[in-house]
Design a protein around this ligand. Structure first.
Ligand code: PLP
Length: 347
């Protein structure tokens, strides 16, 4: 059976440009902290990738600190600060913040004091985009970067989170973007790498892949690749809406990421849908995949005011540029078939 991957918000396939940059970095022997030529070659790879990410993200006068993940970047940014957030944030931000900000039924966060608030650019489950206020303490750009233009938006935040594997780079590499002049409390201490903010010999290969992926991601964005993905997402939603009148599509009329469709049928557990779709050959997700494979009711939907039953009946389809019209229509017909089974059992 041909597998169809529709879980791009969980992670992406490795871009050929990232693979090539990584393969070439594998042959560089030096430690980037060494002063000899071999060390300088390794450092040159890191600095090239740093520049690629700065340019792609539109943050030329900011610092980029490489970490192992956006999750680590969040800890580095938020440790020892009193920052507010809303319950729709990713757990890596929630774990370090006080989630007292309110979210309305359209998934928009009410930010009263941006300078002490962390707000994501785009939600990983619903794809809903925030209207970011200026002077935000921190913005999680993990899902937005590469799919929509962040260049202008970045100027509104003091700190930003990025992750390599969401843009076609390798897993296990992330960055913290810092406005110049701002400091963070190093959490990993030792040799003073990354301007003393994150010690430990850098992941040269991962960084090379991240930089190349960022460069290619912005080229694709500018070439309208995600516009084509949005058309596929719309086709999917129209097909499902035509066949299933009681489907609820979250954020349908909100500003959303171009690739994300999040929907539910009352009482049909998201977890069960994921298994049924998996057996039919499709990789999709019931909300966030980041909690070690555990599927719980969605705290994002709960923050938007939905009840527990709806919040545990949601399925997320997140498309990527490799998906085709055929993938989307085949998924729709498999899901509609499973829906009919669900309703006939429930009757
Ligand atoms: N923030 C958002 C919005 C995410 O979707 C994710 C991963 O799913 C993260 C942060 C964490 O990224 P990483 O996997 O690099 O730790």
């Amino acid at each position: 059976m041909k597998r169809v991957y529709l879980d791009w918000n969980a992670t992406t396939s490795l871009r050929p440009e990232a693979r090539a940059a990584m393969i070439s970095a594998m042959d560089v022997i030096g430690n980037p902290s060494s002063v000899h030529a071999e060390g300088r070659d390794a450092m040159a790879i890191i600095e090239h990738a740093r520049l690629q990410i700065k340019q792609a993200f539109g943050a030329s006068s900011s610092d980029i600190i490489f970490t192992s993940s956006a999750t680590e970047s969040a800890g580095l940014a938020l440790a020892n600060r009193n920052i507010l957030s809303a319950n729709i944030e990713h757990d890596c931000v929630l774990s370090w913040t006080n989630p007292t900000l309110k979210t309305n039924s359209d998934g928009i966060v009410e930010v009263l004091n941006p300078e002490v608030s962390a707000v994501q650019a785009a939600n990983n489950e619903t794809g809903i985009l925030q209207d970011l206020p200026p002077n935000l303490a921190l913005c999680d750009y993990v899902q937005a970067f590469g799919k929509i233009s962040c260049a202008f938006e970045w100027s509104k935040s003091q700190m930003g989170l990025l992750s390599g594997h969401k843009i076609g780079g390798p897993k296990g590499i992330g960055a913290l973007v810092l406005k110049q002049g701002l400091d963070v409390d190093a959490q990993i201490r030792g040799g003073g790498q990354e301007m003393g903010r994150r010690s430990g010999t850098q992941n040269v290969i991962g960084i090379a892949g991240f930089g190349a992926a960022a460069h290619a991601a912005i080229r694709d964005l500018e070439n309208g690749v995600w516009q084509e993905v949005a058309e596929l997402r719309d086709l999917l939603e129209e097909t499902l809406l035509d066949a299933v009148p009681d489907i609820n599509i979250f954020g349908k009329n909100c500003k959303r990421l171009p690739n994300t469709s999040y929907f539910s049928v009352y009482g049909w557990k998201g977890e069960l849908q994921v298994m049924q779709m998996d057996l039919a050959g499709f990789a999709v997700s019931a909300g966030s995949a980041c909690s070690s494979g555990k599927v719980k009711s969605s705290k994002v939907l709960k923050a938007m005011g939905y009840d527990d039953i709806i919040a545990s009946s949601a399925l997320r389809v997140s498309l990527g540029p490799e998906n085709t019209k055929e993938d989307v229509l085949n998924f729709a017909s498999a899901w509609i078939k499973a829906y009919k089974k669900f309703t006939s059992k429930a009757a």
